[in-house]
Design a protein around this ligand. Structure first.
Ligand SMILES: CC(C)(COP(=O)(O)OP(=O)(O)OC[C@H]1O[C@@H](n2cnc3c(N)ncnc32)[C@H](O)[C@@H]1OP(=O)(O)O)[C@@H](O)C(=O)NCCC(=O)NCCS
Length: 154
């Protein structure tokens, strides 16, 4: 399967929002948030384009303002029709590569404690769970904080 992992361009935004809805349903970012991520984080808004030009997955991250040795993976996901083909793994590793190339020494991400798939993908890419924060995204929305460290990745 040929996959092009590339930075998003403005013309991707409509398809990116459709992908976001397919991945996250009622929790999808609105178009306005994707637009602002695009404006602010463009090189680290990565889409996975498959044959035929379809966007099968995406990920977004960025360096922490005021603490540029720390990067964040804010979200990533794969269209349900394209799961199980290592796209999640490839997108996450591409985000790590890009953030490290611009100075990140550690990268953080949050994962729901019941999101086994995402936890597995993160652990496979070298993240480890370092903390659980109750109500991180509001009541009942606990999150595991996952950390990737350059020194631990060799
Ligand atoms: C998490 C997600 C991106 C995984 O994408 P994917 O392309 O299917 O995952 P991959 O094929 O790259 O799998 C990588 C590893 O994770 C494991 N994995 C993937 N889905 C899994 C599942 N549902 N349960 C258990 N393990 C799973 C794979 O077995 C593989 O493990 P291995 O390296 O030991 O072989 C996808 O399920 C998704 O989009 N989920 C909804 C959005 C989401 O939760 N995003 C993350 C939080 S923002």
């Amino acid at each position: 399967m040929r996959v092009d992992l590339r930075s998003a361009v403005e013309g991707d935004l409509a398809a990116l929002h459709a992908l976001e809805v397919a991945v996250f349903g009622s929790h999808a970012y609105p178009v306005s948030v994707l637009r602002q991520y695009f404006d602010l984080l463009r090189p680290d808004l990565v889409v996975a384009e498959v044959e035929g030009g379809e966007l099968a997955g995406y990920g977004v991250g960025g360096l922490c303002a005021g603490e540029p040795a720390t990067g964040w993976v804010l979200a990533y996901g794969v269209d349900p029709r394209w799961r199980g083909r290592r796209l999640g793994d490839r997108i996450l590793r591409e985000l790590i590569r890009r953030l490290v190339a611009r100075g990140a020494m550690r990268i953080l991400a949050t994962v729901s404690p019941v999101n086994e798939a995402s936890r597995r993908v993160c652990e496979g890419a070298g993240f480890e769970a370092v903390q659980t924060i109750a109500d991180y995204f509001g009541p009942g929305e606990d999150r595991l904080v996952m950390q990737w460290r350059a020194e631990a990745s060799g």
